[in-house]
Design a binder for this molecule. Structure first.
Ligand SMILES: [Zn+2]
Length: 1014
């Protein structure tokens, strides 16, 4: 049997390893000689950026690091940590990556602390206790339990449709309009919505015309105040839960529908339908009642009223859960405070491991503190002691952010480390086959990376490396003593090995000149490459070998369908016969388990994978994306990439990816009080144990959703607490714990659950569940399930009120959910879920699905219900008035005036729509060319021209891009009536209109209404 490979294994004789490739299949040209390759003067090594953030090997200057080789036994605070084992050495028998093997070996296994910081209950487990031993995935020979065989499915299946029972009156995918209803005539031929907002844009509907009797509302919860007598720590009035007279008036709203039976007039005031033209409504009002909660941008419940009983849960019908955005940018002027407990250690509950927080209470003259999640009375460490005032409040409460703010960050001491904090590390895996060369991709990628070198996080510890591949693998030696990089080609794809033990992933400061030399020559290096093959699988294995000891980010640039070696994929996206059958979903899941297995290995070794896909043809995003899905990564899709068209988008998005603040080697857990439990998690991560999310890297562009279940009736509990804890390594090399704490009242009134509902959180959770369901079910069924949830919830709500209010034929809904019907329609019409085979390309559908899984609430809502603006008047204004003059319009053709210029923004792309009657001068000014001479608008590149209109127009684009820096909107231009482009670029985004067998908003409301009455 072949011994397992180690990184240091010298290349066996006869292997096709060579510098500058003699005899390789496709001889890439050597690094071109030239002035640019002259070694640049070695950069000085500045001191570390902050004292507190000293690198773990602080004693040694960075220049002496020579790469990151792991600690030696004599090194400082980590002396007790055994040096990490090489991943490919022989060792104990392989075990499943997520079995609870004893943490005796492996880079993440040697937890020194007896109490794992993230262990939820018994403190015997280390933080990474469930990490497997370090047997590599590529050990030769039979591996009976298989490193992946035993891996539990990281995603729990969302509730199946069976739990919902059969749809009572489901509409099919075609969502046909009701037979007794004809489309209403357009109310006006032009300029139906001339851009002016209704007087009450928040809620453009008339109030219900009936009186509402005063109901008995549940009392406001007292929280632990009553139990522990610490009044001062809480808002003196107690959090109201809507039990005021004023809220009764706002209990619900209604729409008059179909008042005359048999009439063709639907009786719906189209203008009066609620529309989310202000985008996401962050429930910041909650902070008035719960000032100690974290800001809702970090944590939002689908309803800020936790049901006391299972019967309430089942009558709520909508998902009960939360959306977590742990690294959201902090609200203006509110930096997240950083706390170092020093010798006291991080203050946590000894039973449930909750971190001390503003809802903790103090007793016994300050010597004890009571955990608000599990009520255990804990000792206060001597160093943390403070006396209490007469009301039982610590005198230092206002000086201690952890006792007064819902969001804080703790500096984690060494027991939160299983190895020294890793340096930020970026490894690039670049497909250099012919399509990458011809599209201009290599040039954009090389230039962008070079322009970001100064801004990569973690200076001066940052590590960087590159591997290029086509039908062979090209390793690049960046040893700092070289004047230019050396390339080594490995052609053996079946038994991948590293031709060098070191210098493939190097310290950026030390090897800066070699890296720059490489990036300068990369486009030319493969200029004449005509190789069409792509050995992505073997390249991923090689990248894993290079990165496995440090971890970091792996950025994969893939231009074609992987065609060689392990992980090769086949064309399968064009199988139209599968649609509408039970096999339809199979096209949307990875075909080859290789990708998921690799993802498990990557996560285990703290490697996050971002996929940049550029293929002209089908490239199986479903398979490639699973690398990102299970490693906390992200999928970027640039179909038919051409540098001239897509270069700017790639440049901005790659720059953002490389330079945004990133949290490394992180894990996240969300604790909640007794009686409730998070059951399923939705997003990009690997689930380790039942509730620990492994996130090799996470940043401000990633959000997560989770579902909550009730484990027991909450008879005596009045408040449920939640605490999100993200343990991570900052780019500066500090181990930190970001903690968000929130409280929510327990209610016994279903109406209160509806009143406190958060549509943005509900849509985020529902959208993610729907995308996941589409991986195991037909699109049509997924849409029906969404519709059913909506109908059941509104029906339940109607039953609450219909009797006492004689509502008759009206559709009623709580004000909190007034946009929900439209948003659910929009999810059904989203790229990920709309139509069938012909409506969206499979890759595009899968890429949209991956995006929907990570988008924060605001971005998701704008993606499914894009912003539409009329801009022809705005661009004639004074530049400083432009921003305030942009008004969102309803997404319907009726808003489009043939004499207007419109802009649609879904966060990923802009669409400029030119009305047929738009004055030609204006068009020429904006486009910079005469439309008459330029019939092919698909080739138009909008650039600022030397006129006021163009400058103002580009300013609008710039303003919108600034507001949403996560992605860069690619700008396309389409003219009214230009088919088929207008159809798929614009009309398919007008989600209020009837299109290709889908319902219009009005039809949809009528359907929902009819079903709620049945
Ligand atoms: Zn506790």
């Amino acid at each position: 049997m072949q011994p397992p490979m180690g990184n240091e294994r010298p290349p066996p004789p006869g292997r096709p390893v060579s510098a500058f490739v003699p005899g390789a299949a496709v001889p890439p040209p050597p690094f071109a000689a030239g002035g640019q390759l002259a070694p640049q003067p070695r950069q000085g090594v500045p001191p570390p950026q902050s004292g507190a953030a000293a690198p773990p090997f602080g004693a040694a200057p960075p220049a002496a690091m020579g790469g990151y080789r792991g600690p030696t036994p004599s090194q400082g605070p980590f002396a007790a940590v055994p040096p990490p084992q090489r991943p490919f050495t022989s060792g104990p028998p392989p075990q499943g990556p997520f079995t609870s093997a004893p943490p005796s070996q492996g880079p993440f296994a040697s937890a020194p602390s007896s109490q794992g910081p993230f262990a939820s209950a018994p403190p015997s487990q280390g933080p990474f206790a469930s990490a497997p031993p370090s047997q590599g995935p590529f050990a030769a020979g039979p591996t009976p339990p298989g490193p992946f065989g035993a891996a539990p499915a990281p995603f729990r299946p969302p509730p199946s449709s069976s739990s919902l029972g059969q749809p009572q009156s489901p509409t099919g995918g075609a969502l046909p309009p009701p037979p007794n209803y004809a489309r209403p005539p357009p109310l006006q031929s032009q300029g139906f919505y001339p851009g002016a907002r209704p007087t009450n844009p928040q809620f453009p509907m008339s109030r219900p015309a009936f009186q509402q009797p005063v109901q008995t509302m549940p009392p406001p919860p007292m929280g632990p105040t009553a139990m522990f007598g610490n009044q001062a720590a809480y808002p003196s009035t107690g959090p109201p839960v809507g039990g005021t007279l004023q809220s009764l008036v706002e209990d619900f709203q209604s729409l008059a529908l179909s008042s005359a039976p048999g009439s063709l007039d639907p009786g719906v005031d189209i203008k009066g339908l609620p529309r989310p033209l202000d985008g996401d409504e962050e429930p910041i009002k909650l902070l008035e009642s719960y000032p100690l909660n974290c800001h809702p941008r970090y944590f939002r419940l689908t309803t800020h009223a936790i049901p006391a009983s299972q019967s309430l849960v089942s009558r709520w019908h909508l998902p009960l859960g939360a959306v977590v955005h742990p690294l959201a940018e902090s609200p203006d002027g509110e930096e997240v405070p950083v706390i170092n407990f020093g010798s006291a250690g991080v203050i946590r509950c000894r039973r449930c491991r909750t971190y001390v927080n503003p809802y903790a209470t103090f007793a016994d003259a300050g010597r004890k503190w009571r955990c608000n999640l599990c009520t255990l009375l804990n000792d206060v460490p001597g160093e943390y002691f403070c006396a209490l005032d007469a009301s039982g409040r610590r005198f230092d409460t206002d000086q201690r952010p952890e006792l007064s703010k819902g969001t804080v960050e703790f500096v984690a001491p060494t027991e939160y480390m299983v190895r020294p904090p890793m340096p930020p590390s970026y490894f690039f895996l670049i497909d250099v086959s012919v399509s990458a060369v011809r599209s201009g991709l290599l040039e954009v990628v090389a230039k962008t990376i070079k322009s970001c070198l100064d801004e990569l996080p973690g200076f001066p510890r940052t590590q960087i490396g590159f591997l290029t591949f086509d039908s062979t693998l090209h390793f690049h030696n960046f040893k700092s003593s070289l004047s230019q990089p050396q390339m080594m080609v490995v052609a053996d794809l079946d038994d991948v090995f590293l031709p060098l033990p070191d210098d493939l992933l190097v310290n950026l400061v030390d090897s800066r000149h070699v890296v720059e030399s490489f990036l300068d020559s990369l486009p030319n290096m493969f200029h004449d490459n005509v190789n069409v093959e792509s050995a992505l699988g073997p390249a991923l294995k090689a990248a894993f070998m290079v990165m496995s000891q440090i971890g970091g980010k792996l950025l994969v640039f893939q231009s074609t369908l992987p065609s060689l070696g392990i992980g090769r994929l086949r064309l399968r996206g064009d199988d139209v016969r599968a649609y509408g059958t039970d096999k339809e979903h199979i096209l949307r899941v990875p075909e080859d388990p290789f990708y998921k297995q690799m993802a498990a290995e990557f996560t285990k070794n703290q490697i996050a994978v971002d996929i940049f896909s550029f293929s002209e043809k089908y490239s199986d995003i479903a398979s490639l994306g699973s690398l990102a899905k299970y490693t906390g990564g992200q999928v970027y899709h640039y179909p038919s990439f051409q540098a001239a068209t897509h270069g700017d988008k790639l440049k901005h998005e790659l720059s953002r990816d490389l330079t945004r603040e990133t949290a490394w080697e992180s894990v996240m857990r969300i604790r909640c009080g007794k009686g409730v439990r998070f059951t399923t998690y939705h997003g990009h991560f690997m689930l380790r144990s039942t509730d620990l999310l492994a996130l090799p890297a996470v940043d401000s562009d990633k959000a997560f959703a989770m579902q909550l279940s009730l484990e027991e009736t909450l008879m005596t509990t009045q408040t449920v607490y939640f605490q999100v804890a993200l343990l991570y390594t900052s780019s500066s090399g500090e181990r930190r714990i970001r903690v968000h704490t929130a409280a929510a009242p327990v209610v016994t009134d279903l109406g209160e659950m509806y009143r406190q509902a958060d549509t943005g959180a509900i849509v985020s959770l529902l959208g993610r569940i729907a995308v996941e369901n589409s991986l195991s079910d037909k699109l049509d069924s997924v849409r029906q399930q969404l519709q059913l949830k909506l109908v059941r919830s509104l029906k339940e709500y109607r039953n609450l009120y219909v009797v006492q209010h004689r509502i008759g034929g009206r559709l009623i809904f709580p004000e909190s959910l007034r946009f929900l019907p439209l948003y659910i329609l929009a999810i059904c019409k989203s790229l990920a879920l709309r139509g069938g085979y012909a409506d969206v390309s499979l890759d595009e559908r899968c890429a949209a699905g991956f995006s929907m899984m990570i988008l924060p609430v605001k971005g998701l809502l704008n993606f499914i219900y894009p912003s539409l603006y009329r801009v022809d008047e705005v661009i004639t204004m004074e530049p400083n008035k432009i921003d305030g003059s942009l008004k969102r319009l309803p997404l319907t053709m009726q808003c489009l005036d043939t004499g207007g210029l419109y802009l649609l923004d879904d966060g990923f792309s802009f669409l400029v729509w030119l009305g047929r009657m738009l004055p030609p001068e204006l068009v020429n000014n904006i486009l910079g060319v005469s439309l008459a001479n330029f019939p092919d608008l698909s080739k138009i590149q909008l650039r600022e021209c030397d006129n006021e209109f163009s400058r103002n127009f580009m300013k609008i684009l710039g303003t919108l891009r600034e507001k949403n820096p996560s992605y860069h909107q690619l700008c396309r231009v389409v003219r009214q009536g230009e088919q088929p482009r207008e159809g798929f670029l614009l009309l398919s985004n007008l989600v209020e209109d009837q299109m290709a067998g889908t319902s219009s908003y009005v039809d949809w409301i009528l359907q929902i209404h009819r079903q709620t009455q049945s």
